[in-house]
Design a protein around this ligand. Sequence first.
Ligand code: IVH
Length: 677
Amino acid sequence: MADVSSAAYEEAMALHEQLNYHSHQYYVLDDPVIPDAEYDRLMRRLQELEAQHPSLKTVDSPTQRVGGAPLSGFKTVVHDVPMLSLDNAFSDEELLDFNRRITDRLKSKEPLTYVCEPKLDGVAVSLLYLDGLLVRGATRGDGATGEDITENVRTIHSIPLKLQTSLPPSVLEVRGEIYLPLAGFEKLNDEARKVGEKLFVNPRNAAAGSLRQLDSKITATRPLEMAAYSLGQMKGVDQPQTHFETLMLLKRWGFLVNPHVEVADNIESCLSYYAKMADIRDQLPCDIDGIVYKVNDLALQQRLGFVARAPRWAIARKFPAQEEMTQLLDVEFQVGRTGVVTPVARLAPVFVGGVTVSNATLHNQDEVTRLGIKVGDTVIVRRAGDVIPKVVSVVLEKRPANARDIVFPDHCPVCHSPVERVEGEAVTRCSGGLICSAQRKEAIKHFASRKALDIEGLGDKLVEQLVDQGLVSSVDDLYHLQLEQLAGLERMGPKSAQNLLSALSASRETTLPRFLYSLGIREVGEATARSLAHHFGSLESLCSSTLEELREVSDVGPVVAHFVHEFFQQPNNLEVISRLRQAGVRWSDIEVQDQQSLPLSGETWVLTGAMESMGRAEAKEKLQHLGAKVAGSVSVKTSCVVIGADAGSKLTKAKELGIRLLDEAAFIELLRAHGEL
Ligand code: IVH
């Protein structure tokens, strides 16, 4: 290190340690301790030092996660310890059979203890560490040989470049799954869609594609993660006795181990673990396609050994598939509230992701072109997470001779007004506005919906009848409906007609945020409506606001400001509002508080753990309304920490610092007291 003063060397090593620590907190434990800006500052300082003293730029430096020079191809790696695959079980029965088989084989009188792990859907990899330093990353390939993807794995922040131990094994091979969390997958596809690039069909595909890049700088832009799930070889350190201890050791050395891993004392607990995970599968941040059960005792694993390419001591219990093949029977065009014409695929019913799917959106013309889809095609439908089903690709080999092109209508299928495609927008719109009964129906459904005026009993079918029979053409007409008119409708008796009238009457008394939301202003969802209401306090003040004033509202950007402004410029809209008021729709104005005088002004709050009654985003928004700042990490500046279930290190830290803590019940009470609930 001829070019390095010892002071520079010491500083660089101290920065390595700090950056590794913070990166582990952020990427592995999901529990950042310092703000991003501070992390960036430390990183820049290290980059500066390395630029001045190039010999400091070692392979394990935290600066080396950005990717290097592109390769011309991947080298082959031979796996000294083969990378195995797993046998599958598709029912509880098959899992019980598995347990019986190996219990008999071991002649065990005691129930076997298993480790239950989510089966992540990504790409299996093997990482080699020599004396604690990451030297190689390889794909599974055929299990015997894979590809050298070292440069790419170095860019993944949850993979330690150096083990967090002063006594590392001389040789360590860690196996695990590299995957793309769903949020990252959606983001990647959103970006690809914007620039007209090909989309990835699912997160696994996207992870595999990202790792196949010869240019690791591209891989570095993909938010990949790795969860460690087993060892290949390990020398120079004693092997733990159980698989669970192995995972805990890997965790201590800095690897991410899936937080849902659990030990089950018998096969019955394995069955309930499966049920529990199947239940929360839709809410997990990443795709899992099943549960892996592994015999916990490593000595027993050894005794059980392998058959062909799979161990006898483990099995994968698969979840119902999230992708299935089916046929596109037809495409219909639906007109939404804002006139957007959406192609909807009518599919031969197929059971996917736990439900029977017979419709899927095809989004817009660009999506139809991108998929190259025709009526009659065999398609792959994906339903994962809580999201609506999507057609992700076409199986071209199965295209029938009579497959027919999907032709977008040039006139609205409902009101026959011309359809237009707005420059810079992917969608086509019916130009009919309120002439179009489809748009009117959607506007009325929205007005009546739960988060708007919440008119109980006014369902979609009823709205359609009311519009089709000419009883209602604008939302204010709802308040002039008569009992006889309603009672004469299909599937409506006098009793339900009376109930609906009562519900309509009750809905007159509303709040300003609900009323603003109910108007169906483009891009104004529930949260924006609330921000607008709290900012302006009254409808009059909002109606007369300028574009500049609108942009001062938190969460309102130029596009939303434009739509809101435009809405209140339209005489038609003002008339509808005035008629609604005449019909008795009313609310109380909100006292506008300046930011300084809100109840939690000047306070910094932190949320940790899961809450039952609301998601984190909602809790954050409510706190912000009350004037608090919401931070991601606990520090001496924190005023209060809200503790949900399974709160982790943030709670520990808050206790250490003696910060005020609120449990969920107390938090809800506080929100109620300040009118946020
Ligand atoms: S263990 C000897 N554990 O599933 C055991 N595999 O079908 C080898 N996978 O190629 C694998 N999550 O890509 C194991 N928790 C987990 C896993 C897991 C996902 C994948 C892995 C493997 C495939 C086997």
